[in-house]
Design a protein around this ligand. Structure first.
Ligand code: KDO
Length: 336
């Protein structure tokens, strides 16, 4: 038995018991904090990396001493694309996952991997925060064992080339080795754009562009800036081909073990994080083209009608469209 410390003695003298203290802090005496390991390939200067600090701060404020939030950027904890399986196994608590990650196990989700379906960030939020999102996220929870907490706007994907090229239609991208993340749904998008889709992890893109193992890549412009791809490319082709999302997801093993109050705090922190990301990214996208011009890049606008038509035709004819629930595309289009 150890002797009472001066702090403990004064607390006891004041009539404050350990139990009362626990009640005050909402934390059982000596109980370990709940680990919240986060893994993402995002680079530190990108909004969907910075949003995790917003998440952590919000959670620490609403639930002091209850969670141990650990942010791991640059895919240092789990490789890009392996996060959903890690969360399902309970080896990882949180990540931001893509529609492409979900389409692997929930095939109807591939509707959101198709180019030119989601119109803009506002449309995206309405779709995923309404009945379409609710029903799809229920299936995601059942099949992937993760709960989607909020939808963040990753940005509108554009084509970014190593050498300047006259790109008006998808035919002009013929033979271009366009890097895409390494799943078949991503590669299909690259091919639908007219290019030769080449799989590569995000962390290897900079070097691939520098050395010429790839001719280009596609990403939203804030990511082109944050990952410094502009240093090793000469052109941006504003195809606007995918209004992309990244979904803040938590392992069901963690989620189901939380108290209702903790669930509320975690959900609110995820909503605040997505909102921070969305506001900043939208603001940056509106003014970022000038930055690339200053860096010496050519910024060109192709024949968008030609891109829309080619991409939409590719998807309409594909096996992906066969598993899209009847009427879903119309419901998405009619969401305003
Ligand atoms: C990418 O690899 O191009 C991509 O933009 C795909 C997204 O789903 C997401 O994984 C993102 O990279 C990373 O978060 C890095 O920004």
């Amino acid at each position: 038995m150890t002797f009472a410390s001066p702090l403990r003695r004064s607390l006891l003298a004041a009539g404050i018991t350990a139990a009362a203290l626990c009640g005050l802090t909402g934390q059982a005496w000596g109980q370990a904090k709940i680990p919240m390991r986060i893994s993402t390939p995002a680079v530190p200067d990108d909004w969907h990396a910075k949003m995790w600090t917003v998440f952590k701060d919000a959670l620490d404020k609403s639930s002091p001493n209850q969670f141990d939030t650990q942010i791991n950027l640059n895919a240092t904890l789990f490789k890009q694309g392996t996060e959903p399986a890690a969360m399902a196994r309970g080896n990882l608590e949180l990540s931001a996952i893509s529609a492409f990650d979900m389409a692997k196990l929930v095939p109807e989700f591939s509707i959101f991997t198709a180019g030119y379906v989601v119109r803009d960030p506002a449309h995206q939020q309405k779709v995923f925060n309404g009945p379409i999102g609710e029903s799809l996220f229920k299936t995601v929870s059942e099949k992937m064992d993760v709960t989607i907490l909020s939808t963040a706007y990753l940005g509108t994907r554009q084509v970014n080339l190593r050498e300047v090229r006259n790109v008006k239609t998808p035919a002009d991208l013929k033979g271009i080795k366009l890097r895409m993340p390494g799943t078949k749904e991503w590669l299909f998008l690259g091919e639908a754009l007219g290019a030769t889709a080449t799989p590569l992890a995000f962390g290897e893109v900079y070097l691939g562009l520098k050395t010429g193992t790839i001719d280009g890549q596609d990403n939203p412009l804030p990511t082109v800036r944050a990952a410094k791809f502009y240093e090793v490319t000469k052109q941006l082709v504003l195809t606007n081909h995918l209004v992309d999302s990244i979904f803040i997801a938590i392992s069901n093993k963690t989620w189901n073990a939380l108290t209702p109050a903790q669930k509320q705090s975690v959900k609110a922190a995820a909503v605040a994080a997505a909102q921070y990301n969305n506001e900043n990214r939208i603001k940056e996208e509106a003014q970022i083209v000038d930055f690339f011009k200053q860096q010496g890049l050519q910024v060109t606008t192709p024949d968008l009608e030609a891109f829309h038509k080619a991409v939409q035709d590719s998807y309409a004819k594909s096996d992906y469209a066969k598993v899209w629930p009847a009427g879903l595309l119309e419901r998405i289009n009619n969401t305003r």
